[in-house]
Design a protein around this ligand. Structure first.
Ligand code: NAD
Length: 260
């Protein structure tokens, strides 16, 4: 990859973001971690990854619900590494409820985190990427950027919006060697998915096993969860030379869900 790249991965204290950040560090990139969680545990994670990978790994706990904090996260990444070459907009949350009962504050939170935060980080980083004529933006979308499921109105709206945003910046950056793509996973068994099982049990009047088999894996023709490490592998591929002409795409990694 030539000179060492600097990557910001939002929401990288857990799940998919953590797998991506780990893969990036092990591939020789400096990495800015971000996310919520127990400070001591996060520090252990950060120090362990830095030690194992032999790169610089920093942490900034910016709360991405806040526009200024999201832009500030880019600033602190540039402060740490002198630049930001790669942004993976991954931080996200879910809430499951019939639309007529959907709490307004949950709607606003999901739009802020799953959609607007990607705008704020991109907006803050784009001029620098243009100037250096290098930028790779990977937005973690979802099968729900393409298809809907009942009771996930905010999430589905945010993910459709995130893919539209991805396509737009792909066009704006195209001649500046900036590439923007979406990765659209099916179900990955992370805390985000685990936490929605009880609400889905309630909303659909089902047992835990029924939710896993008849709701979650029912959508995936392979009947298997996607692995967070597989998504990290795809993100690494998007940074490779072979992916130079992949721009504005949604790469589906969903066991065939959106083919059905
Ligand atoms: P997760 O809950 O395991 O991790 C979410 C991360 O976001 C954590 O690091 C958390 O601390 C961070 N985060 C939450 N709120 C934050 C905030 N306000 N500010 C900063 N960071 C915050 O979730 P995951 O399953 O790894 O999901 C990661 C992304 O992948 C999300 O955008 C999600 O929509 C998407 N996705 C997940 C699945 C899946 O099945 N798990 C499928 C498709 C897409």
């Amino acid at each position: 990859m030539g000179e060492r790249k600097a990557a910001l991965v939002t929401g990288s204290t857990s799940g998919i973001g953590l797998a991506v950040a780990t893969a990036f560090a092990k591939a020789g990139m400096d990495v800015m971690l971000n996310g919520l969680g127990d400070a001591a545990e996060i520090e252990k994670l950060r120090a362990g990854l830095e030690h194992d990978a032999g790169v610089a790994v920093k942490f900034d706990g910016a709360n991405l619900m806040d526009a200024n904090a999201a832009a500030g996260l880019v600033e602190s990444t540039v402060g740490a590494f002198g630049k930001v070459d790669v942004i993976v907009n991954n931080a996200g949350m879910q809430f499951v409820s019939p639309v007529e009962d959907f709490p307004v504050d949950k709607w606003n939170a999901i739009i802020a985190l799953n959609l607007s935060a990607a705008f704020h980080t991109t907006r803050a980083a784009f001029a620098g990427m243009k100037q250096r004529r290098y930028g790779r933006i990977i937005n973690i979308c979802s099968a729900h950027a393409h298809v809907a499921s009942p009771f996930k109105s905010a999430y589905v709206a945010a993910k459709h919006g995130l893919l539209g945003f991805t396509k737009t910046i792909a066009l704006e950056g195209a001649t500046f060697n900036i590439r923007a793509n979406g990765i659209s996973p099916g179900y990955v068994h992370t805390p985000l998915v685990e936490n929605q099982i009880p609400d889905t049990m309630k909303a659909r009047n089902m047992t835990r096993e029924q939710v896993i088999n008849d709701v979650l894996l029912a959508a995936q023709p392979t009947k298997e969860f996607v692995k967070a490490e597989d998504i990290a592998g795809l993100a690494l591929f998007l940074l490779s030379d072979a992916a130079n002409q992949i721009n504005g795409a949604s790469l589906n990694i969903d066991g065939g869900w959106t083919a059905a």
